[in-house]
Design a protein around this ligand. Structure first.
Ligand SMILES: [Zn+2]
Length: 79
């Protein structure tokens, strides 16, 4: 959903590195090299970024649609 702020296992701060990691991997860089250059060495922290799937935008889209539907329904019942 949203990248956790800290590593679940060791507590190292990783949330601030997600955006750079995702951007650089998208441009075609090797994920392992990106993690090395960001200073993420332990495998507990590396898995946090490597296994993360960013779905918050998808979830928000459904929330917005539900909100629109709710507004339309309340408009309909006012008449
Ligand atoms: Zn860790």
């Amino acid at each position: 959903m949203i990248i956790p702020v800290r590593c679940f296992t060791c507590g190292k701060l990783i949330g601030d590195k997600w955006e750079e990691f995702a951007r650089r991997v998208k441009t075609g860089e090797d994920p392992g090299d990106v993690l090395d250059s960001l200073g993420i060495k332990r495998y507990c922290c590396r898995r946090m970024l490597l296994s993360h799937v960013e779905i918050i935008d998808e979830v928000l889209r459904f929330y917005e649609e539900a909100e629109k539907r709710r507004e339309a329904r309340s408009y309909y019942y006012q008449q």
